[in-house]
Each structure stands twice: as structure tokens, then as C-alpha cells.
Design a binder for this molecule. Structure first.
Ligand SMILES: [Zn+2]
Length: 316
């Protein structure tokens, strides 16, 4: 009885060890899988923190979570903080971008890829159908958390599977605090990063990237991302190359049809001559309302842009 049990345990241990080693061998030799479920868990975790409005404890908590996740996976991460005048309230507020660097296996920084998303959320729900709720902050499941969730899950993967060339993950603060209709109040963090990226001391200083891919509102159920207008106008080649890869991978959430122009965090980089594409599905009824919740989003949608970025990272 005893020896039978011991033999049984040995078999279990051996099977466990062989499964473990084959899983390791698979991840090293083949392309890892982007998990929509894992990204969705990151989306929910952000919403649980509360609205991530600049200057609030929830915004700081998310910044710390991004930094801690990067370091836990062996990636370097730095903040870039500046004081701005809150476009809605008029008082001074500190905003902090986060830059995470994933070093390439060859050590070369040429042709690096920039991936961005804003992690702040809007302080008011000015498009809410209920006028009484328009003063409340947006929960930001799609508008803020979706793109950030994709980048957080990519960090988990890239800690184990380094890419051939360097990748920089840009988490923007202060994207969404402007008064409706006035672009000057939006994209405060990205504007600063785009204006200073070449300066000494900037976390991005170095060779020009081959391009920037921005994720914004990529989590809504049955996502359909067209070719955003400014991306197509000012970076047509880069935009088409990204959509071509999506088609090659069978990712039907990206639709290579011209879309409306959206003033977003990619515009300041286009202004600096950097090819940039905004992956955004603006047809979202919950946009800038208190219903921008995880229930309006899906893991399957997050997988669309996640799988695309992972492929572009590993097969530049
Ligand atoms: Zn927004």
C-alpha cells in the first residue's frame, strides 16, 4: 500500500515536471498567447480603484500599480511628472506619465516601437443621459482602463519573452480633463512627452521610434476599430502597415475603412513628425457617461489589439 502510493506520487511528480518543462520550452520557442481574460482582469482591477482622475488617490494608486507590475517583471519604469492647471477646475494639479522600457534581446535601440494608452479618467460624465449624473466622474472601463489593461498584460508576457528590438510602453496622464469642444484641455501628459522626448533626462531619449501605436477605447463589446482620420492623413504608411498585420492575423475587430479624426494622445507625436496610429472605436454609447463600466466591455475585444501588438513586438 505504502510503496504503491509512493510510486503513484512519483508518477505525479514526473508528469508535473515534464508538463512544466514543456510549457517553458513552448514559450521560449513559439510565440506566447495574449489572454483576453487576463487583460479583462486588469481592466476590472483598475475600475475597482475608483475613478482615476488626475490628483486623486486612485490615480496615484494606478500609477504605483503600473510601476510595481513593470518592476515585478524585470522591466525598467520611470515617471515624468509636471504641474498643470486643471482645465475644468482651474487649480494646479500634478500629472505623471509613466514610461516602461522592455529591452531588446540584441541590445539595439534602433527601430524601437512605442505603445501608448492614457490611464487617467474623465472627472465629469458630461454625456450622461441623466442630467443629475453629469457631475459624476466617469468609471472609465473602456475610456482609460481598456488600453492600459492591454499594456499591463503585455508587460507580464514580455518579462518572460524579451522582444528582438526595444519596446517602450507610454502611460499618459491628463488626457481627459478638458472642457468639451476645446482640445487645449486634453492630452496634457502626451503633449509634454511629445515635446520633450529628445531632451536629456527624458525617459524616452534615444533614437527615433519606427512608430507609435495608441490604444484608446479598445474594450467595448464587439469592438470595431476603423482607420482613425489623423493617423490616416499624417501617417498613412504606418497606419496601413498596422492594419495589414491585423488582417494577416485574422483580427476582424480592426476594419481597414477610413474613420473620423479624433484629437487624442497620438496627435502631439504626429506634430513632432513621429508616425503614430490611434486604434480607437469611438462608436461607444457609454462614452463619457457613468455607464462606462466593465459590463459594457469584453475580454474578446481586448484580445484583438493585444494579439496584434504582441505580434508586432515579436515580429517587427
Ligand atoms: Zn474620454
Amino acid at each position: 500500500m505504502f510503496s504503491d502510493l509512493r510510486r503513484c506520487l512519483l508518477v505525479v511528480v514526473w508528469v508535473g515536471a515534464s508538463l512544466f518543462s514543456s510549457a517553458r520550452a513552448f514559450s521560449a520557442a513559439d510565440q506566447p498567447i495574449f489572454s483576453g481574460d487576463r487583460a479583462f482582469a486588469w481592466l476590472e482591477r483598475q475600475v475597482e480603484l475608483g475613478p482615476r482622475v488626475p490628483g486623486t488617490a486612485a490615480n496615484r494608486s494606478l500609477r504605483e500599480l503600473i510601476l510595481a507590475t513593470a518592476r515585478e517583471h524585470g522591466l525598467s519604469a520611470t515617471t515624468q511628472c509636471l504641474t498643470v492647471v486643471d482645465p475644468l477646475g482651474g487649480e494646479e494639479v500634478e500629472i505623471c506619465n509613466v514610461v516602461v522600457t522592455v529591452r531588446g534581446t540584441g541590445g539595439s535601440r534602433e527601430g524601437r516601437l512605442w505603445l501608448g494608452a492614457h490611464f487617467d479618467t474623465r472627472p465629469i460624465s458630461d454625456h450622461d443621459p441623466d442630467p443629475k449624473r453629469r457631475g459624476l466622474p466617469v468609471p472609465g472601463a473602456n475610456d482609460g482602463a481598456s488600453g492600459t489593461a492591454v499594456l499591463l498584460h503585455l508587460m507580464e508576457i514580455l518579462g518572460d519573452v524579451p522582444p528582438p528590438t526595444e519596446v517602450n510602453l507610454l502611460f499618459f496622464d491628463g488626457e481627459d480633463s478638458g472642457p468639451a469642444g476645446d482640445v487645449n484641455g486634453f492630452c496634457l501628459g502626451s503633449r509634454h512627452m511629445a515635446e520633450t522626448w529628445q531632451e536629456f533626462g527624458s525617459p524616452l531619449a534615444g533614437p527615433a521610434p519606427r512608430g507609435l501605436i495608441l490604444l484608446d477605447m479598445v474594450g467595448q463589446r464587439e469592438v470595431r476599430i476603423p482607420m482613425e482620420g489623423y493617423s490616416l492623413q499624417y501617417a498613412p504608411q504606418w497606419t496601413r502597415s498596422v492594419f495589414d498585420r491585423a488582417a494577416e492575423l485574422g483580427l476582424t475587430g480592426l476594419d481597414p475603412a477610413p474613420g473620423r479624426p479624433v484629437y487624442d494622445d497620438h496627435v502631439p507625436f504626429l506634430g513632432q513628425g513621429i508616425p503614430a496610429v490611434d486604434l480607437i472605436d469611438f462608436a461607444y454609447p457609454e462614452w463619457h457617461t457613468t455607464a462606462d463600466l466593465p459590463a459594457a466591455c469584453s475580454a474578446a475585444s481586448l484580445r484583438q489589439t493585444g494579439a496584434l501588438l504582441l505580434d508586432l513586438i515579436l515580429r517587427p
